[in-house]
Design a binder for this molecule. Structure first.
Ligand code: S3P
Length: 172
């Protein structure tokens, strides 16, 4: 198994609704490391909401911004970093994560993702059609790539603390 060390950030990857921020925050508390949410850092750096970046500049510009922010965060002191759902799909960002961090894919099934993302307007990718159909398509496209993460933890209806345990078991 992949092991945590004192120098490498732990990056959580996976689809919107997989629990990256929620599990990440609790994992960081257990490790006594800072928790960083990449989306929040992008919003701070750009001075715009994620939805506005997508609307005004498009997804490609968002990915460029995300890559730069991730590069900066991955070079900082070790932290638990919740990546945006698409970060690991960008070849440049994925290479950075693989080089500098231990990556953990929080894998969730469609029903869980749907139940956790309905009515969340800040996710522009889910606003362009039926969220269930979009999530299904994203699962098909992304799961083979997320599977390249160092560790995979299947999550379901159990508590976030339970998932944190499973992540720690996989990493220590
Ligand atoms: C995205 C996921 C979002 C955010 C953006 C794009 C994606 O992050 O980065 O809306 O491509 O899956 P979360 O997974 O934290 O919601």
């Amino acid at each position: 198994t992949q092991r945590i060390d004192d120098a490498s950030p732990v990056v959580l990857v996976g689809l919107m609704g997989a629990g990256k921020s929620c599990v990440g925050r609790r994992l960081a508390a257990v490790l006594e490391w800072p928790f960083v949410d990449a989306d929040d850092e992008i919003v701070k750096a750009a001075g715009l909401s994620i939805a506005d970046i997508f609307e005004l500049y498009g997804e490609a510009a968002f990915r460029d911004c995300e890559r730069k922010v991730m590069a900066r965060l991955l070079e900082g002191p070790p932290c638990v970093l919740a990546a945006g759902g698409g970060a690991f799909m960008d070849p440049g960002t994925r290479a950075l994560i693989r080089e500098h961090a231990v990556s953990v894919w929080l894998r969730a099934d469609l029903e869980i993702l749907v139940s956790r993302t309905v009515g969340r307007p800040h996710r522009p990718l889910l606003n362009t059609g039926d969220p269930r159909a979009i999530l299904k398509k994203l699962m098909d496209e992304r799961y083979p790539i997320y599977a390249e993460a160092d560790v995979t933890v299947q999550t379901g209806a159990e508590s976030a603390d339970h998932t944190v345990r499973r992540v720690l078991d996989a990493l220590t």
